[in-house]
Design a protein around this ligand. Structure first.
Ligand code: GAL
Length: 381
């Protein structure tokens, strides 16, 4: 009898030790980022929040992104929300903004709804979700921005409207000379010629779209230290980025906007600010295929913006490590800690697209990105 008791005790101790050991290794395993690998949420499913962005609210991180299905890149579900206290482990909070079955709605199921970003407005106490919207069945021609609001961070968000920003208004940094130029798209039937590039840089597409409002595709939203918010987006047939000021409630555009890198062909803008300098990382325009990242800086959101070399270094730097920028996250309670978030698209199986998160490093004050198979937040210490 005594022997049996002893054996049971020994077995229980062994079991307890085993459970403890696995628990430890599990939590240790989880407390890191593994760029490009499957990233499981609390339900053991790969996080489905592509082209996304992160908002900090009530002491938690909220990750919003495009829900991608297995077979199409169109929006069959909407915008997903996940939350986390440590950035490693994510809880599925469900659909923040749902597409609808009403065929007359701008956000009808099967539309293109990309690059969602949520910001919190202190005045209205509302969360505002902005996204790139393409109307169903019209390819990428609509080039609109969409906006939705909610009183709760996780939603449900109520869709307000979609439109092209700032109709009838010229960019703030377009010269008087450029405004007066007669640039007519009919005179530039052949694209990509030096004359065409010059015309695009001078505002050929700004003028073409003056009445309808400016095209708005890949986008992010940036809230500055003074609470002013800006919409940064690929405009003018993706040839030129624009930065537009949002109204005080963050639900509309004020009419003030600039052009950045005219005819430079940038998209996928992601931005952060350090020591009074705005840094913006973008990509070139090759659809779902990766290309070399670009980087710009400015001391004012209104420019002038200066272009720097590709911030990526080392192997596969010319392909941004096979990814495309989407957001730059300032890590809470760590000084000068920023995470570059990017997507490694897999258009044949969109939901399988992976996340490439890398710490932004600095050399002589200039940001750079280097591949890491595995890393954690202690890199910032
Ligand atoms: C990429 C863009 C993505 C998506 C894709 C569609 O250039 O960054 O968000 O729009 O094109 O081809």
């Amino acid at each position: 009898m005594f022997k049996v008791k002893k054996m049971v005790l020994a077995l229980s101790l062994l079991l307890a030790f085993f459970i403890n050991a696995t628990a430890q290794s599990q939590s240790k395993e989880d407390a890191c980022f593994r760029p490009g690998e499957l990233w499981m949420d609390n339900t053991d499913t790969h996080v489905n929040a592509h082209g996304g962005g992160i908002l900090v609210a009530n002491g938690r991180y909220y990750w919003f992104g495009e829900h991608k299905s297995d077979t199409t890149s169109s929006a069959m579900v909407g915008v997903m929300c996940y939350s986390s206290s440590d950035l490693y482990n994510w809880k599925n909070e469900g659909i923040a903004l749902s597409v609808v079955d009403d065929k007359n709605s701008d956000i009808t199921r099967g539309c293109v709804l990309e690059r969602p970003k949520v910001v919190y407005n202190k005045k209205t106490k509302k969360y505002v979700l902005w996204f790139h919207l393409e109307l169903k069945g019209r390819g990428y021609n609509a080039a609109r921005v969409g906006v939705a609001v909610s009183e709760r961070v996780t939603g449900p968000y109520k869709f307000l409207r979609s439109y092209r920003p700032n109709p009838g208004i010229y960019p703030y940094n377009m010269s008087e000379e450029q405004k007066k130029m007669t640039l007519d798209i009919k005179d530039y039937r052949k694209s990509w010629t030096p004359e065409w590039y010059k015309a695009v840089a001078d505002g050929l597409f700004v003028k073409r779209d003056l009445q309808s409002g400016q095209m708005s595709r890949d986008m992010t939203i940036y809230v500055d230290d003074d609470e002013k918010a800006y919409h940064i987006y690929a405009s003018e047939d993706n040839l030129t980025l624009q930065i537009a000021e949002l109204t005080d409630d963050y639900q509309g555009h004020t009419g003030k906007y600039i052009r950045v890198a005219p005819a430079g062909h940038n998209e996928a803008p992601a931005i952060f600010k350090k020591d009074g300098v705005y840094w913006m990382i973008t990509s070139g325009c090759t659809g779902w295929d990766p290309n070399a990242a670009r980087m710009f800086s400015s001391r004012s959101i209104w420019g002038p913006w200066t272009q720097h070399p590709n911030p990526c270094i080392g192997k596969d730097a010319d392909k941004t490590f096979f990814s495309q920028s989407t957001y730059i996250l300032p890590v809470q309670e760590k000084k000068d800690a920023f995470i570059f978030m990017a997507d490694r698209w897999t258009p044949r199986h969109p939901s399988n697209a992976r996340y490439i998160w890398l710490p932004i490093q600095f050399k002589d004050g200039i940001p750079f990105l280097k591949w890491m198979d595995k890393w954690d937040l202690t890199v910032f210490d």
